[in-house]
Structures are given as C-alpha cells and as structure tokens.
Design a protein around this ligand. Structure first.
Ligand code: SAH
Length: 386
C-alpha cells in the first residue's frame, strides 16, 4: 500500500478526517495505534475530547451506568482493602477514566459504611475529556468530595493508593501486526479507493487497511512467537504496559491496591478485536473517525506481567460475574428490592443478570487486582500470579 494515492471523489470530510488524510498524504500510512490516538484523543476533534459518549443517548453503556450496585460493591471492596492497609489516615483514591463519575459517586456513598474511609480519601481523577470532567464534577457534587483532575497518572502525587479503572484500558491505542508468508508486518491505515472502487475496506471515509511492505524486526509480542497461518493478526497495547507498570510500582513503593475491570482475555492470543461503536451498534472502524468509539479487547497478561515485574502482587483476572457474585451482588440486590416497587425490583433483577450472566457481561468482562507485596490476598481472589 502506498497511502499516497489521493482518494479523491465524494469523501465526507469532517475536520478530523481531513487531519488524518493530510497526515497520511504527508507522512504515508499510519499505524492502528496512531489512528486510535488521533480519533480518540485529538485535542480539538477527538472522540473523548468533544462529547459525553456514555449512556442511553451516547454510543455505549458501562457497568456503573447499568446499576448503582456495581460502584457500591467496588466501594466496599476498596474500603475493606483500606482496612487491611492499616486504615491510613490519608490515601489517594484514584480513578482512571471515570466517565460520568457514576462509579465514584456510588463508591463514595456505599463506603460510608466503613468509618474513617471517606475522611481519609483524597480523590484524584485521571481524565482527558473536558466534557466528562465537567460531568464528573456535577455527579460528585452531592457527595461533598473535592476531586483533583489530572491528564496522566504520572501527575497524581505519591502516597498510599487505592486505584480503580473500569473500561479504561480498552480505550488505549493498540498496534496490530499481521502474519504473511514473509514474516510479521504492521497493519497500516492509508488512503484507499472511494466507495464502489476496488478496495472493499473503504467506505465513505476513503480510508483503507493495508500492510507495511517491510517485515517487522526486533522483539515481537508473545503471541507472535508461535507458528500461525498467514492472515493471523496479533495486537499489542504499549500504553497499557506503561500504565500498568506505573500503577504497580506506585503500589509497591507507597502501599495500596488496584482493581482493573474491562472486557478482554488472558493472552497470549491471536485475533483482530479492534472495534467501533456508534449509537449502541457496531460500525466500521474506518467510518466517521472521531465520531464513534474505538476500542480493543484488553489482554490481561499484558497488564499482569509488567505489574508483577514492577513489584506488585497480581491476582486474576477472574470473570466479572464470579467477582460480583462473590462480593455480594445477590445480597445487595435483595436489600434494594426490599424497599422497591415491582417495576424497580424487576429492573434490579435485570441489572444483576446483565452484569453477571455469562452470555452478557459476566464472562467477557474480567477483574484483575494488584496489591503492594505486604498486603493480604484481597477478596475474592485466590493465589497471586507468579
Ligand atoms: N469508567 C467509566 C468510563 C469508561 S469510558 C465507566 O465505566 O462508565 C473511558 C473513559 O476513559 C472516559 O472517561 C474517557 O474520557 C477516559 N479516557 C480515555 N482515554 C484516556 C486517556 N488516555 N487518559 C485518561 N482518560 C482517558
């Protein structure tokens, strides 16, 4: 693929698409990671910079938006782990990518049950979206919390930490490499033909997938070190490795624990999981760049390995359904239903089903915990990974 053949014709050119096409014209085809980075994070037109994508009117719904029980149970988990840390009088309660602030709001309300926890917590929210920052401030206002916002985890001051991240890692840019007869090649996005022309990957954006002509040299991801058939795709998320090691070294140094929840798998594994959601539907990843949510499934071994290497104990991942059952979603649902109308009770049952049933979110979504090496095994996890 040359990437320099101007698509021409009837291309629906939003400012972000124009930016992408210019970059490709000037520098050649871009990696999938670069494409995700521009589409999601462009300071002016990036998906997360310009809108609130979550909820019925947005593009996708997340677990905390399905039911308050999710954030409440995560809150009780945090408060319990805090007691095992010796109930420090000051700690950082950090959330990566807090969305609408719903999880944090529910967490803070439920964890009032554990005396001293809320007073000890300094809340730090790592969020790139100005729109979502404003929404988080509004959601958390009734709690009386006074969060600090940061662009990056590096900017959160040191100290004992409890960190949570729900559907954060799936939004980080991945690279994709593809096996050919001649070795592994980077998957690239360039300018292809306009609709009706030869390349069926191209839609109205005029963008198309291709492969770098040069085979990759140097270290490959684990999944690329086995024999596979040509056409097989392997994904790799470098920012996830970086952030996971940062979290782990922070916990090892300052004490604390982290809970990471996301959809994904325990690698090494092969397969193309790059996907786009617009208006609650799967759409083409190359259509309407900047206007649809782009994600990839999280490879939990890509979080676990660097975290263990950075000095944390790593537990799981376990399935979200097992996690929520074990931390008491059944009991919590019964309590809520005790004071509910018939309609509310059936909504609560439906939410439990959606969050825990294997064919819904219960199995695809997984939960990984990390702790400082001196802390006991956090419930409901078993032995740490070695
Ligand atoms: N945790 C929330 C939102 C998930 S959507 C929930 O469960 O509802 C992903 C979140 O991560 C959004 O808040 C988005 O703005 C934020 N985000 C995406 N990429 C980011 C990055 N590189 N740095 C910080 N926040 C990011």
């Amino acid at each position: 693929m040359t990437g320099h053949s101007a698509g021409g014709g009837d291309v629906d050119e939003s400012p972000l698409l124009a930016r992408i096409r210019n970059e490709i014209r000037e520098d050649g085809p871009i990696t999938v990671a670069r494409y995700m980075d521009i589409c999601l994070g462009d300071p002016h037109f990036g998906y997360y910079r310009t809108r609130d994508p979550i909820g019925a009117c947005g593009d996708f719904v997340t677990a905390p938006e399905i039911s308050q029980m999710f954030g409440e149970l995560v809150g009780l988990w945090c408060a319990h782990v805090w007691t095992t840390m010796g109930s420090p009088a000051n700690f950082k309660l950090v959330e990566l990518g807090p969305g609408r602030g719903t999880l944090m709001g529910d967490l803070l309300r439920a964890s009032r049950a554990v005396p001293g926890f809320i007073d000890a917590a300094n809340i730090h929210l790592v969020e790139i979206s100005p729109v979502l920052r404003a929404q988080q401030a509004e959601t958390l206002q009734p709690s009386g919390a006074r969060p600090s916002w940061h662009d990056r985890l590096e900017d959160v001051p040191p100290g004992p930490t409890l960190l949570i991240a729900n559907e954060f890692f799936d939004a980080l840019p991945i690279r994709q490499i593809e096996r050919t007869q001649g070795g592994w090649h980077e998957r690239l996005i360039g300018l292809g033909a306009v609709p009706g022309n030869a390349d069926e990957n191209t839609g109205t954006s005029g963008l198309a997938f291709g492969l770098s002509p040069d085979p990759l040299t140097g270290a490959l991801p684990d999944a690329a070190n086995v024999e596979v058939t040509p056409g097989t795709v392997v994904e790799f998320c470098a920012p996830a490795v970086h952030i996971s090691s940062l979290v782990a070294s922070r916990l090892a140094r300052d004490n604390g624990a982290a809970l990471v929840i996301d959809y994904g798998y325990r690698g090494p594994a092969t397969g193309d999981t790059f996907q786009a959601l617009g208006g609650h539907r799967y759409v083409s990843v190359l259509e309407r760049p900047g206007n649809v949510d782009l994600t990839a499934h999280v490879d939990f071994s890509n979080l676990a390995r660097p975290a263990a290497a950075a000095g944390a104990r790593v537990y799981g991942p376990i399935e979200q359904g097992s996690f929520l059952d074990a931390v008491g979603i059944g009991l919590r649902a019964r309590r809520l239903k005790a004071n509910a109308t018939a309609k509310q009770a059936s909504d609560i049952d439906a939410a439990v089903e959606r969050l825990t049933a294997p064919q819904q979110m219960g199995q695809l979504f997984k939960v990984l915990a990390m702790t400082a090496p001196g802390l006991p095994v956090p419930p409901p996890f078993g032995d740490p990974q070695t």
